[in-house]
Write a protein of this length. Structure first.
Length: 449
């Protein structure tokens, strides 16, 4: 049974491990979502695409998956954007949440995802910070509240770093109010124009690292199966999440931590602050959204991708071949009135085994190619039965569905079916002039054969 064969590379242990969910036949999964102050770039889209595919696969093999991905809807960057555009933080957040959900739909992501917002969880965050203070894992200094990283024994467990060897200046703000440079902000007291909340520690806003651990505990009630996100937030964000959870709950939040690698641009990390980004909304206007999804999934998720137009052009060609095969098979069965029915072929087991081995979408696509070749051979075989072609179609559809790659095809009307059959008959009779005229009518009707 394929469910028993699933292995995941666990970033927490740096080992490939057999997957055993906390609850039988159920999977709890949390993936860090965007800070909604701008559109997402193609690198931001990688975890969105990958973890949607993970969810699809797990559901296909029989798991009930509850997936949560948050919106950070309060942040200094949001406040800055609101000031620039002379509007409110709420309007900025709503604008980019809507934009995010729009591109997610276009690149084939499922919509049954729970999307909590930080602003909806402020009371719980304040209560959580208060508990950290009362248990001496946090302290108030100056105007802010900080987490004391030396109050727990294993800080650095996720990034596999010793606390004494961590560089105090790496992505860490030097602050004289901190006991240790590695301590991080839980609550920031502020008097600026941005949105703020009253708390026992003063009016202010929560720190970024606290929101996810609080929402996970609120929604799931305890430890979860999978926590995911991009490798670039493994430290300090995910490390700091674990630190807080260890302090209050003595657990690492999730049994399996999964991190995808970056998508670089010309060999450099993409960064909104540096401006060297390609917006997802722009790339899916240049190429079909499925092409970008296919491009991402053609690489193993732990492999860094160096984006280039050359690679996208190759992805577009390969995706075009997949679509052409799908159209040919679908149209053949449609004209034979044999679209319904079919069962998966043994090759599906090969596809699922590749997915089960650390979600290797690149190898799974290789299996898809093998099926594609088989289908093209079968379509040229005049003796093959429709039931065999139905099995081809069912298997092809299932593979594409797990990858989140949908081929949109408009069913033919009865009059269009008659037109196509006349074209086929003209070709078979070698009446090429008539066939060409009929083909032009078919093309004018917007039918792709």
């Amino acid at each position: 049974m394929i469910k028993d064969e699933i292995k995941i590379y666990n970033s927490l242990t740096n080992h490939l491990e057999a997957f055993k969910p906390i609850k039988k036949d159920e999977v709890s999964m949390y993936v860090c979502g965007p800070t909604v102050y701008n559109h997402i770039h193609i690198g931001n889209a990688r975890p969105v695409i990958f973890f949607d595919t993970v969810k699809r696969f797990l559901e296909y093999v029989g798991y009930k998956v509850t997936m949560v991905s948050n919106f950070t809807d309060i942040d200094d960057k949001i406040i800055k954007k609101a000031l620039e555009e002379k509007t409110t933080e709420e309007q900025i957040s709503e604008k980019y949440i809507e934009a995010f959900l729009d591109v997610c739909e276009k690149i084939g992501c499922q919509d049954d995802i729970i999307h909590p917002r930080v602003t909806q969880n402020i009371d719980a965050i304040i209560a959580f910070i208060d508990r950290l203070l009362k248990t001496s894992h946090a302290y108030q200094s100056g105007d802010d509240v900080y987490f004391d990283v030396r109050s727990i024994k294993n800080y650095g467990i996720l990034s596999n770093q010793n606390i004494d060897s961590l560089e105090s200046g790496a992505r860490i703000e030097i602050n004289s109010h901190k006991k240790d440079p590695l301590d991080f902000t839980l609550w920031k007291k502020t008097q600026d124009v941005g949105k703020k909340w009253d708390s026992p520690f003063g009016a202010g806003r929560p720190g970024w690292h606290t929101e996810c651990v609080v929402m996970i505990k609120n929604i799931f009630g305890g430890k979860i199966d999978i926590h995911g996100g991009g490798n670039d937030i493994k430290f300090p964000h995910h490390e700091n999440e674990i630190a807080q959870s260890m302090a209050l709950y003595n657990d690492t939040i999730a049994n399996y931590w999964i991190h995808n690698a970056r998508i670089d641009l010309k060999g450099e990390k993409m960064s909104k602050s540096l401006g060297n980004v390609i917006w997802l909304k722009d790339i899916i206007n240049t190429y079909k959204p499925q092409v970008y999804r296919f491009f991402v999934l053609s690489n193993h998720y732990r492999q860094t991708i160096n984006y280039s137009e050359e690679f996208m052009e190759k992805a577009q060609i390969e995706w075009g071949k997949i679509v052409k095969t799908y159209y040919s098979l679908y149209r053949h069965l449609e004209l034979e009135n044999s679209l319904n029915g079919g069962s998966v072929l043994p090759i599906m087991d090969d596809f699922l085994k590749e997915m089960a081995y650390d979600f290797n979408t690149a190898n799974a696509i290789s299996v898809l190619y093998n099926l594609q070749k088989k289908i093209n051979v079968d379509l040229r075989d005049k003796n093959i039965s429709n039931s065999s072609l139905q099995n081809d179609l069912k298997t092809y559809q299932d593979m594409l569905s797990i990858l989140g790659l949908k081929v949109a095809i408009k069913p033919l009307l009865p009059s269009e079916i008659t037109l196509v059959k006349k074209w086929q008959e003209a070709r078979q009779a070698k009446n090429f002039v008539e066939a060409d005229l009929l083909r032009q009518k078919i093309t004018d009707a917007g039918i792709i054969l």
